[in-house]
Design a protein around this ligand. Structure first.
Ligand code: KG4
Ligand code: ZN
Length: 344
């Protein structure tokens, strides 16, 4: 089965082609194109939805054409089109959805709607030309989705059998990093820069809070961290030189400590055999290392999976992968954008 995946829920315009068959535990990545309007957003310090959608209208057709060309796929070689229907920015979602619906009609192909958050989890099943390690993911699995818009813990008993365990009550982990980055004068998105700065800093210099780390649930709260950092920055007038690196290290460590503790709590409580990470923040090396180390120590039989780094952030391949494992065609007339879509 060859699937074209289209993703436009936030600021990326992405399309990819994957191939899969029911005898393989993985899907094979044939092409992956991502156009980002990040440069525009770094000028404004964040995403302006109207700007993102206008850029996506410009990119969507060339991006799909390139994804087809790179995978040597003709429209007739495709078996289905998968598209993100939510959650996300309404204008951005509509660009991908209306394009997918039009192509499905013109090419006479089935269309599979995909939840963006579930897509992030399915980045773990993708390999490229058989080159990457086969991910033989065993259930039950606990998935941690950590992105700019979401922080969620999900129990996966099987494909299509998901239970939401908890999520952030305010800012997502990536959102907290981006907003704190703004306070520190870093450009958007700040997550990767904070990771770099943190390598030079001392995470113990500032004792930032670890919100809800001991709460008896799987919820998170990261907005208080922002207040804590803004106090440090304001009190010191301006964070300069070594202080920026120490603040970066402290903030990153605080977020990682909470994410790792709650993920391990969920894994223990549900006897999960696998831990799956997904979303932009899961590209963070420190998060990966600390999760691996603590899991080895506490629950050595549990296997941890991370997507390839370029598949942690938004892409069309994860949408096509989710569609393959949860294949459900929907008549194109019934497909609509759902900006508030969540877990059922
Ligand atoms: O998954 P994603 O591309 O978009 C959403 O669906 O939200 O995630 C983007 C988020 C941003 O907040 C960005 O700062 C964060 O992921 N991010 C990182 C890293 N790379 C991206 N955060 C920490 N460390 C990184 N290496
Ligand atoms: Zn995302």
């Amino acid at each position: 089965m060859r699937i074209l995946g289209i993703e436009t829920s936030c600021d990326e315009t992405a399309a990819a082609v994957i191939e899969a068959n029911k005898h393989s535990p993985n899907v094979n990545l044939l092409s992956n194109i991502v156009a980002s309007s990040l440069v525009l957003h770094s000028k404004t310090g964040g995403i302006i939805p109207e700007t993102a959608a206008r850029e996506q209208i410009k990119y969507i057709i060339p991006v799909i054409e390139k994804a087809l060309a790179d995978s040597q796929s003709s429209p007739s070689s495709l078996d289905a089109i998968a598209v993100t229907v939510g959650p996300g920015l309404i204008g951005s979602l509509l660009v991908g959805i209306e394009t997918a619906k039009t192509l499905a009609y013109v090419w006479n192909k089935p269309i599979v709607p995909v939840n963006h958050l579930i897509g992030h989890i399915y980045a773990n099943w993708i390999m490229e030309n058989g080159n990457w390690k086969m991910a033989n993911i065993l259930f039950p699995a606990v998935a941690l989705i950590v992105s700019g818009g979401h922080t969620d813990l999900v129990l996966m008993r099987d494909h299509g059998d998901l239970k939401w365990l908890g999520g952030t009550r305010d800012d997502a982990a990536g959102e907290a990093l981006d907003k704190i980055g703004r306070l520190l004068g870093l450009s958007y998105p700040a997550g990767p820069t904070i990771e770099k700065l943190a390598k030079e800093g001392n995470s113990k210099k500032f004792n930032f809070p670890r919100p809800m780390i001991d709460s008896n649930n799987f919820d998170f709260s990261f907005s208080g961290l922002k207040t804590s950092v803004s106090r440090h920055v304001i009190l010191r007038q301006k964070a300069e030189g070594s202080d920026i690196v120490n603040i970066a290290a402290g903030v990153q460590q605080s977020i990682i400590d909470v994410l790792v503790k709650k993920t391990l709590n969920a894994t223990l409580q549900y006897n999960a055999k696998s831990i799956l990470l997904g979303g932009g923040v899961s590209a963070n090396e420190k998060l990966r290392a600390q999760l691996i180390q603590n899991t080895k120590y506490l629950i050595p039989d549990t296997e941890i999976f991370f997507p390839k780094k370029f598949l942690c952030t938004d892409n069309g391949a994860m949408i096509a992968s989710a569609a393959f494992f949860n294949y459900k065609e929907v008549p194109f007339q019934q497909i609509t954008a759902d900006p508030e879509l969540y877990f059922n």
